[in-house]
Design a protein around this ligand. Structure first.
Ligand code: ATP
Length: 218
């Protein structure tokens, strides 16, 4: 069965932690494509620092020319908060017979019970959890139980059914976060080698993470 990786994020900015994760999962899980979906208004966190156009430009730069990497801007075109369930309903209607694999980092997975209609998410897609430095898989509580119920270590489960399993996969640990990248830039640092040069160029030209010069009073 054709399998589509669905990789949503704020991507504020996109960095090698995201790209390497998508690259490794595409090959290990035999995903036909990985769709990068920058979100409009993230429901569970503060508004992004860079605007939608800048974040989209950075994702396009980062993925250009990479086979199987697709940029999907539907969440940016939608009004209101970006709920994964709405995106998955859309994708399911467009790809009725494909397996959908929602890719999330462990930090995002731990927040799953707070997502809007999260149980429906598993009816629409599998969840693929990328191990991220510093985060452990839950072994108790509702997510621990869910993992006992739905967890799998078998890639073919992601191809034999269109949705419903949770697969945890260790990816190369790159301890990069968008928050740390933004802090580095706003304090005058250079993000070279944390992200593709094209993304760094967009940041430099737009000044989107540069702290505004303090206005001098007196
Ligand atoms: P922030 O620091 O602003 O929270 P972030 O670096 O976590 O940003 P997001 O755009 O929020 O980036 O992340 C999108 C998805 O990518 C999330 O599911 C997140 O867990 C995952 N992710 C982010 N950074 C990494 C990384 N270094 N390794 C693996 N997964 C990552």
């Amino acid at each position: 069965m054709y399998a589509i990786g669905v990789f949503g994020g704020t991507f504020d900015p996109i960095h090698y932690g995201h790209l390497r994760t998508a690259f490794e999962l595409r090959s290990r899980l035999r995903l036909g494509e990985v769709r990068f979906l920058p979100c409009g208004l993230p429901p569970h966190r503060e508004a992004p620092v860079a605007d939608a156009e800048q974040r989209l430009a950075m994702v396009q730069m980062a993925t250009a020319g990479q086979p199987g990497f697709i940029v999907d801007d539907r969440e940016l075109r939608r009004d209101g908060p970006s709920y994964s369930v709405d995106t998955l309903l859309d994708l399911r209607a467009e790809h009725p017979s494909a397996s959908l694999c929602l890719i999330v980092g462990m930090d995002a997975f731990l927040g799953l019970p707070k997502w809007y209609q999260w149980r429906q998410v598993l009816e629409l897609a599998h969840i693929v959890v990328a191990h991220r430095p510093g985060w452990r898989a839950p072994d108790m509580g509702p997510l621990g139980e869910l993992l006992i119920d739905r967890g799998t270590g078998t890639v073919s489960d992601l191809h034999e059914a269109r949705a419903g399993s949770i697969y945890i996969h260790a990816v190369t640990q790159l301890e990069i976060s968008s928050t740390a990248v933004r802090e580095l830039i706003s304090s005058g640092g250079d993000p070279r080698f944390l992200m593709p040069d094209g993304v760094r160029d967009v940041i430099e030209k737009s000044g989107c993470y540069t702290r505004p010069k303090e206005t001098l009073t007196n």
